[in-house]
Design a protein around this ligand. Structure first.
Ligand SMILES: [Zn+2]
Length: 391
């Protein structure tokens, strides 16, 4: 953070300097233009073919000198500014540790297959964001074999989201009606929320829409069971149709936040229905990496100082536990109660027949003879009865 502030201070200095030079240059040039215009007008008034008087010729030569001086002054200012700007690069280098390569594993990118995989992830990210032309270009440039069916769901979702952002509910409503059963199975209230928003938009129009509003209310018949409370509020708001909803206790219905919320609800429900993650895996990875990087750089530094850097040899695992915050928690993890270590692919959780779970390493350590005694209950059992658990 300190490094950011130092760089920001230097950038501010250059920016102030830039503004000063820009306004000064502007002023000098305007004055010069006025001056030259004045001389030019004076010369125009003189009869044709007449020679310059000595006074006029003096004025012209003084003006030329002034222009040359100003040009060289502006030039030197520009040069000065240029060197200040280039110093910013050095300030950034000085303040940020560029040695993040030490944390990476070169073998991550060393084969064409892996590079291909990374390109595919980047490509999928662009599809997700609706940047179709960039994604297509990447497919061409990197000669990727991307199945057309991969991008279709993203294109559809993005089209609907664009429409929602433009406050057009129709494409989303059509989508929700087509997928009604699947949405219902995952307890989604997307369709109701879309109809509710359409109803609110009609309310916004006031008494002039009365007929239309009553007509539209028929759509809510099928939602009566699950959303009675919300329906009561919507019907209650009709009492204030004439005086205007915005001046009534129901004014919260018109809150623009409803539109932001519907975009979130749609994205979440549509992604879950299509078996996609809500957030782009690439964004999440970069975000997690950025959060973890300072701790990893610190531990690396400490390890080097104490000359124990060889300890971190297995790069599939982190040398310390890094807390990425609740946003980055996606699934349950298991920490062995005996060894007090998080389980890994090589040391997975094992369920004993009594129902207690310990890691495989603990299980192996507890075997005596051909039996193992559960450290908790303690039921004696055969180690081969233990079953691996997958989270
Ligand atoms: Zn047990």
């Amino acid at each position: 953070m300190d490094a950011c502030l130092t760089v920001e201070r230097d950038v501010d200095k250059v920016y102030t300097k830039f503004q000063q030079i820009a306004s000064h240059t502007q002023k000098t040039l305007e004055e010069l233009i006025q001056h030259v215009k004045g001389i030019s007008n004076e010369l125009k008034e003189a009869p044709e073919d007449s020679e310059l008087t000595p006074a006029q010729s003096l004025v012209v030569s003084q003006c030329t000198k002034k222009m040359k001086d100003s040009a060289s002054y502006i030039g030197s200012n520009h040069k000065d500014l240029h060197s200040s700007v280039s110093k910013i690069g050095k300030v950034i280098d000085r303040n940020f540790m560029p040695d993040i390569n030490a944390l990476g594993q070169e073998s991550n990118f060393d084969s064409p297959e892996k590079v291909n995989l990374i390109n595919e992830v980047i490509c999928e990210h662009f599809f997700r964001k609706g940047m179709l032309d960039i994604a297509e270009q990447l497919i061409d440039d990197a000669a990727l074999q991307v199945d057309g069916t991969n991008k279709e769901p993203f294109i559809e979702i993005n089209k609907i989201l664009e429409a929602l952002k433009a406050r057009n509910l129709q494409p989303a409503l059509q989508w929700a009606q087509i997928h009604r059963e699947q949405l219902h199975a995952q307890h989604s209230s997307l369709e109701f929320k879309l109809h509710r928003l359409q109803f609110i938009e009609l309310l916004r129009g006031g008494a002039a829409n009365q007929q239309q509003i009553l007509q539209y209310a028929r759509n809510f018949g099928m939602f009566a069971d699950g959303h009675s409370k919300e329906l009561q509020i919507m019907m209650g708001s009709l009492l204030y149709l004439r005086q205007g909803i915005q001046n009534s206790p129901y004014s919260h219905l018109l809150d623009p936040i409803n539109w932001l919320e519907i975009c979130d609800v749609f994205t979440r429900d549509a992604c879950s229905l299509l078996g996609l993650s809500v957030e782009s895996p690439l964004c999440v990875s970069v975000q997690a990496g950025a959060i973890a990087l300072p701790s990893l750089l610190n531990i690396k530094h400490v390890m080097q100082q104490r000359q124990v850097s060889g300890v971190w040899s297995s790069k599939d695992e982190l040398p310390i536990e890094v807390d990425l915050g609740t946003d980055c928690r996606y699934h349950s993890i298991f920490a062995c109660p005996i060894l007090r270590q998080q389980s890994t692919d090589h040391n997975p959780p094992m369920r004993l027949i009594c129902g207690h779970v310990i890691s495989r390493d603990s299980l192996n350590k507890l075997i005596s003879g051909n039996k193992v005694k559960c450290p908790y209950c303690p039921v004696e059992q055969s180690p081969s009865d233990a079953r691996q658990i997958h989270f």
